[in-house]
Design a protein around this ligand. Structure first.
Ligand SMILES: Nc1ncnc2c1ncn2[C@@H]1O[C@H](COP(=O)(O)OP(=O)(O)O)[C@@H](O)[C@H]1O
Ligand SMILES: [Mg+2]
Length: 249
C-alpha cells in the first residue's frame, strides 16, 4: 500500500505558472494545478454535476469505512476543484476525533466548529479564508469529548442552514463511518455522500456495513482511491483516483 502511494504522489508534477510560495502547505491539486491528480478531481467535480444538481446550495459529505482511506485528501482536493470553477466553497471538518483538514492548508485549529456548537463562537470568527480564491475553511476546533452529541444537535442543523445561505457548495470531511456514530448523524443533514474506497484495502464487508449506515442519505458515488500502479493497464495507471456513480437523486 505504502509503495503504491509513494509511486503516485512522488510523480514529478507538471510545471505551472501559479506555483505557491515555497513551503506553503496546500492540497495536492492546488499545489500542482496541472497534475493528473488535479485533473482527476476536476473529472470528479464534473461527474458530481451529473449525480446532483447544483442549482441550489449543496452540502456533500465525504467519508469512507475506515481510517487512512483518503477522506481528508479527497474532500480538500475536491473543494479546490469546485473553487477553481468559481463556486464559493466552504470546507467543514466534521472529523472532531482526528481533525486534519486545517493541516492541508497549513492553518490553525484553535477556533472552529466545536466552539460554534458548544459555545458561542460566531460563525464569522470561525470561518477562515484559505489562500485559495473562493475557498473557506471551518476547521473542527478543539477536540470535544462529545462530538456525536454536538453534531446531532439542533444547533448543527441551524448552523448548516445558515452556512448554505452563504456558500453554494459545502464539502464536509468526516470520521470513518464504520467506526463512530458521528458520520451517519451528519450524513442525514447533507444532500449526498461520496464514499471513498481504498483499492486493495477496503473489503466488501466494510463497504456493505458503510452503505447500511448511510441508508438515510443518497450515496452519490464511490471514489476508488490509491489505485495500484499498473493494475488497470497503461491508460489508468497514472490516475489518482476514479469515480463511480451509483444512485443519484
Ligand atoms: N491517492 C492517494 N495517493 C497517495 N497518497 C494518498 C492518496 N490518498 C490519500 N493518501 C495519503 O494517505 C494518508 C491518509 O489519507 P487521509 O486523506 O488523511 O485519510 P483519512 O482522512 O481517510 O484518514 C495521507 O498521508 C494521504 O496523504
Ligand atoms: Mg481524515
Amino acid at each position: 500500500m505504502a509503495i503504491a502511494k509513494n509511486k503516485i504522489l512522488k510523480k514529478k508534477p507538471a510545471k505551472t505558472n501559479h506555483a505557491p510560495p515555497p513551503g506553503q502547505v496546500l492540497p495536492y491539486a492546488a499545489k500542482y494545478e496541472k497534475s493528473v491528480a488535479a485533473e482527476s478531481f476536476k473529472i470528479l467535480r464534473t461527474n458530481l454535476h451529473f449525480a446532483i444538481k447544483f442549482d441550489q446550495p449543496r452540502a456533500i459529505l465525504v467519508t469512507s469505512p475506515s481510517q487512512m482511506e483518503g477522506k481528508t485528501t479527497v474532500s480538500s482536493n475536491l473543494a479546490v476543484a469546485f473553487a477553481a470553477s468559481n463556486y464559493k466553497v466552504l470546507l467543514i471538518d466534521c472529523d472532531m476525533r482526528i481533525p486534519n483538514l486545517h493541516r492541508q492548508f497549513g492553518m490553525d485549529n484553535t477556533q472552529g466548529l466545536s466552539l460554534c456548537l458548544n459555545g458561542d463562537l460566531p460563525l464569522d470568527q470561525a470561518i477562515q479564508p484559505t489562500s485559495i480564491a473562493n475557498l473557506h475553511l471551518l476547521s473542527s476546533g478543539p477536540i470535544p469529548p462529545n462530538s456525536s452529541e454536538l453534531l446531532g444537535s439542533e444547533k448543527m442543523i441551524q448552523l448548516l442552514d445558515e452556512l448554505k445561505k452563504r456558500f453554494p457548495v459545502i464539502i464536509i470531511d468526516s470520521p470513518p463511518v464504520n467506526i463512530v456514530a458521528d458520520t451517519p448523524i451528519v450524513s442525514s443533514l447533507t444532500d449526498g455522500v461520496l464514499l471513498v474506497v481504498s483499492a486493495g484495502n477496503t473489503t466488501r464487508r466494510d463497504l456493505r456495513k458503510a452503505m447500511q449506515s448511510l441508508e438515510y442519505c443518497p450515496v452519490l458515488g464511490f471514489i476508488l482511491n490509491v489505485i495500484r500502479k499498473g493494475s488497470e493497464g497503461y491508460y489508468y495507471q497514472s490516475y489518482y483516483n476514479r469515480y463511480y456513480t451509483s444512485r443519484s437523486r
